[in-house]
Every structure is written in C-alpha cells, then in structure tokens.
Design a protein around this ligand. Structure first.
Ligand code: M6R
Length: 604
C-alpha cells in the first residue's frame, strides 16, 4: 500500500526521504519517487519496481542545503504501475504526494481539462496539484489555495504538497488515511504515513486526526481542524527500538515473526491473567453490561481470527456471535441492534473496509471494541475500547504473529465474558486460564520440526491444488493455512470444513490434489479422521497433522500430545505457517513482499 514521507530542514534531505521509503517497503509498492525543492529549484526522480532503482537514479543528486522534500511509494489503484503514474505528481510549479483515493477526481479532471490543463498520468492524485494551482490564481495565498483545494476533494487522503510559490513550506492534509508529523531536537519536521520511518530521527510525533490540514515551515507547525479551528499539536513519544524491525539473522521477516510467536504471546498474556480469571485494564468494569450479542468484523487473516473467536465466544461465553467480512458488511444494509457489541479486528488498524464498518457501527449507536496491533492507529482512536495484541511490528505481508496474538486475546476475552455471564464454572475458568499459560510453549519452533517441514516441502511444489481441511475451530485454521500458502507460494489452495468435502470438492480428488488434514486429538478426532479416509480412498495425496499416528496418510507430521484442543490449534498454526514459508522459499518467491499484495490495505 502507498507510503508517504516528507522533510523540511538542513539535513541530508535525499537520505532522509530514501531511508524513510525503505522503512515503508514492507507495506508493498510498485513504484517510488521523491521531489526536493532546494534553492528555489525542484529536482524530482521516479522509478518503477524496487527502491534500489530510485536509489540508482538519485545517486548523483546532492542535498546539502536547506530543502523541503516529499517522497512516496505507490501501490497502483488508478493507472498502471508506470513512472508517469508514480508520485510525486507535478503541476506548473508544485508537487504532491497522496495516499488514498479521490472519489470525485473524474469531475475535477473534466473541468481542469476544459480549462486547458494537461495531465501526465492516469492517477486520481494528479488532480490535486492542478486544482491547487488553479485556486492559486484566484485566492490571496498558497495556504488559502491549499485550503480551498482540500475542501473540493471527496474521498480518503493523506496529502503533502510543496510549491515554489512558498518554497519553505510543506502543506499537509489528512482524511481517512494515516499521516503523522515528527520533530527532532533541531526542530526540523518530518512526515510519514506510519511511524517506522521516523524512528531514529524524531523523539516525538503528532498523529493527525481526520479532517485536519495545515502547513509546516522551519519555525512553525500549524494544524487546523476540519472546522478550520487552529489546533495545538499533541505530541507523543515514539518508540526508539529499531532492532525488532530487523531480520535478526532469519532469512525473511516472516520466518523471524513465526519464531517470535513464543515471546509475543507471552507479552499478550502479561499482566492479564490471575490464577482464576482474566483482566483487561483497558475495559471498564461495566463494558459488557447490556450486551446480548457480539458481531465480529475484519478482513483476511484477521477475519480468520474472528471466525476462530466465534467458536470460543459461543462455546465458552455462551453469547450469540456472528462474523462478517468487512467489505461485504459495508454495503449490505445490515440490521445493527444496540445490544450488540461490534468488534473489529485488524493488525494494522488502518484497513479501509474494516475502518468503515467501525464508523458504521458507531453511527448506528453500537458499543465498539477493536482488537489491534498498532496503538494510535485509526481504529484504536475511533473505537470505544481497544485491546492491543502486543505482537510488535509485523513486516512480512503474510500475517503470522498478529494472528497468533489475536486468537490469544480472543481466548482470553471469551473467558472474561464467560465469567461476567457466569457461563462457565469457576473450575472450568481456572482450568482454561492455566492452559492459556501454556500457549507460548505450544508455538515454540523446534529444530527438528522445522527441519522436517523443510524436507517435506519439496514434495508440494506442483500439483493442481491444495485442500486444507479441519472441523470446528480447526476450520478457520484450515482457511488461514490455505490463505498463507496461496499468498506467498502463488499455488491454488482452499480451506474447507472436513465434512463438506463429500458435497462437491471430493470430485477433484486424485494423486495431484494435496490435502493438508488437521486431525486434533481433542476435538472430533474420529469424525475428522473418517473424512480424511474418504479422500485417501480416492487416491488424494494426504499430509496429516496430528498427535495420533495416521497410517492412511502419504505424509505425516506428528504434533505433541497436548491437554486441550486450543493448544493443538496453536501448534498446528505454526506448522501451517512453516509449511507455506518453506514451499515459498523453494519456489524462489519474495516471501515478505509477495506479488500484487500490500501489508496494509488502506483503500477499499
Ligand atoms: O491489518 P489488517 O489485519 O486489517 O489486514 C487485513 C488483511 O489485509 C490481512 O490480514 C491480509 O489478509 C494478510 N496479508 C494475510 O496474511
């Protein structure tokens, strides 16, 4: 997804912009560019593909004086990933970078074209710079022109604009796409669309709210609310530790993040468990009062965590629970009743569809909760309450540790609600709280396990597809296993409830159809086993994952013997993540930045 950086000051602007863009690489992009205004002249460079191409193009470009600069990594939405479509976009004497989508760009463009403006790109973004320059001709100052431009835009945006008509200024605006400004000890200002590019440069940052706009100069930072009131900035401390954002010797961030699950789940549990109950300081004691139903809503992997949660809520908390794909819920005019707690789940807290459903629920007067990994993200700021997953920065596009911590939080929350509603006995809660403490060890990767999966992976590089199958709560895990495999290996994979195979999919069974079968000991083992036997009888190639030896499988990964199905769930989750990782590595794919995908999907 697109990323933005900006800087105003006397330091090495080119380096600051390129370093910042590098930090945003993990979000996924297909082109990048910078524009720097130095001594009254603009220099702009753009390149498609990886950042190395932009670095190569700018290698002789020197920024050793006061300058204002903006940079962008683009993930194509309107127009192909070409150099012309890459940001920054240029007008007569101004440049703009933009994240989001300008919904009324076609109308604005039509009018600008009638006025004789020439467009160089196919993007929605380019209208911003031309509209600004058009306004500049009729109002008293560049700031007024910028303000006027913002009021003419509909849609979602984070915008930085620089112009020769005010060469010591960066104009900014934010609505629906994240943007923050940081300052360093020399009072130089930095912009970014997430905080990672600013770590190491700034100690304090201000996250802009929707509708805010304004400008920075070497001495000033002016922020206006959407009601055009001057705002005081609210600076908060930026984390300083960049180490966790590096690979630590692993081949890929995804691999590092799989191994980190033991530690991050420990953090997720920290301070939230006592002997006999679960505590969330973040929730008011009466938070669940009057709540008769839970509606969970998310996208992708977070949706699979939501599906998993629905089994836990109904089984443990005895509360009616439904699950929604955010992009579907948005437009299907759902009936939302006020005794429903609306829960959104998101690693990033910025996913556009999920964020919009949160707004919908709020507008309908529902109580809202977000399960999120990123503090200060849009969803965390908007929801009535938030539970942070504490997974740390997740750089691999394929979500792993975020999912693990989301499921952990949900298991805890189901017990928290169970206690409130007296849905489980005290003894049952004590038993599950003790089991929760065993989750970190259930996700520890042993050398033997990783080695086994590495060897096995070479047998699964071809064929005409994969089925991941499981029953009950292992069905959402099967869906997640299939998503993991397809997004990084580009092999076709589907997740199915084991019992559904005979209703159609089994027709595909043959030796070139690979079935990854989840066979936990403590949940419907016999039933799931017969479903796998049906596939085996039709000569499908089967890789069974179970603590109990299963001789009808072609391959078998034996898990540890756990006391409870949730511990089996977590161990199998790791196995599926490692299997996808190793298949993808053998196929020579870019594991951390798979094709066509972005880490944070901030457009619908
Ligand atoms: O940041 P979010 O959790 O809201 O992101 C939702 C999905 O885009 C995300 O989980 C996606 O499916 C991942 N690539 C899966 O690995």
């Amino acid at each position: 997804m697109c990323g933005i950086v900006g800087y105003i000051g006397k330091k090495n602007t080119k380096k600051i912009l390129l370093d910042g863009l590098k930090e945003l690489e993990y979000r996924g992009y297909d082109s990048a560019g910078i524009a720097v205004l130095q001594q009254g002249e603009f220099s702009s460079y753009k390149a498609t593909g990886k950042l190395i191409n932009l670095q190569e193009k700018t290698k002789d470009f020197i920024t050793d004086k006061f300058a204002v600069g903006i940079g962008h990594t683009r993930w194509a939405t309107h127009g192909k990933p070409t150099e012309l479509n890459a940001h920054p976009h240029v007008g007569e004497s101004s440049y703009v970078v933009h994240n989001g989508i300008i919904e009324n760009y076609a109308e604005l463009k039509k009018e600008l074209l009638t006025n004789g403006v020439t467009f160089l790109s196919q993007t929605d973004t380019e209208v911003i710079v031309h509209q600004f320059e058009k306004n500049l001709k009729t109002v008293s100052s560049p700031f007024e022109a910028f303000k006027e431009t913002i009021s003419q835009l509909q849609g979602a945006y984070a915008i930085l604009l620089v112009t020769k008509s005010e060469p010591e200024t960066i104009f900014f605006a934010k609505n629906g796409s994240p943007l923050l400004v940081g300052i360093d000890t020399d009072n130089d200002k930095y912009f970014a669309s997430s905080d990672t590019p600013l770590i190491g440069y700034c100690s304090d940052v201000n996250y802009f709210e929707d509708g805010e706009y304004g400008y920075v100069t070497p001495d000033t930072l002016r922020i206006y609310s959407k009601e055009h009131q001057l705002q005081e900035p609210h600076f908060t401390k930026l984390p300083t530790n960049k180490l966790s954002a590096q690979k630590d010797g692993y081949r890929f961030f995804m691999e590092k993040e799989i191994y980190e699950q033991h530690d991050v789940i420990t953090d997720t549990l920290l301070g939230r468990l006592s002997e006999s109950s679960v505590h969330f300081d973040e929730l008011e004691t009466d938070f669940f009062e009057g709540i008769e139903e839970i509606k969970l809503c998310a996208c992708g992997t977070s949706y699979h965590a939501a599906l998993t949660a629905s089994y836990l809520f109904e089984r443990n908390s005895k509360i009616k629970t439904s699950v929604e794909v955010a992009s579907e819920l948005r437009y299907r005019e759902p009936i939302l009743s006020k005794d429903t707690l609306f829960v959104v789940i998101s690693q990033s807290g910025e996913t556009a569809d999920t964020l919009e459903t949160l707004k919908m629920a709020k507008n309908a007067g529902l109580k809202t909760l977000v399960i999120c990994n990123v503090d200060n993200s849009s969803m965390v700021r908007l929801a009535d309450a938030s539970l942070l997953t504490r997974a740390g920065v997740e750089k691999g596009v394929a979500s792993t540790k975020a999912f693990a911590t989301q499921v952990t939080i949900f298991w805890m929350l189901s017990l928290y609600v169970a206690k409130e509603r007296e849905a489980l006995s005290q003894a049952e809660i004590i038993e599950q709280v003790a089991l929760l403490r065993e989750v970190p060890s259930s996700v520890k990767v042993s050398d033997a396990l990783h080695e086994r999966i590495k060897r096995l992976s070479k047998r699964y590089l071809h064929g005409h597809g994969f089925f991941f199958i499981g029953r009950d709560i292992f069905f959402p895990l099967a869906l997640e296993g299939a998503l993991k495999l397809k997004e990084i290996s580009y092999l076709h994979a589907e997740g199915y409830p084991s019992g559904e195979m005979k209703h159609g999919p089994i027709a595909l069974a043959d030796p070139e159809l690979f079935t990854i079968a989840l066979l936990p000991q403590h949940l419907l083992y016999e039933k799931a086993k017969s479903n796998v036997e049906e596939l085996s009888a039709r000569d499908a190639t089967i890789c069974a994952i179970s603590p109990l030896v299963f001789d009808k499988a072609d391959d078998f990964i034996q898990t540890q013997s756990h006391k409870h199905y949730m511990l089996e769930f977590f161990e199998m989750m790791v196995i599926l993540q490692l299997l996808s990782l190793e298949i993808s590595i053998r196929l020579g794919n870019d594991v951390d930045m798979p094709r066509n995908l972005a880490k944070s999907v901030t457009v619908e």
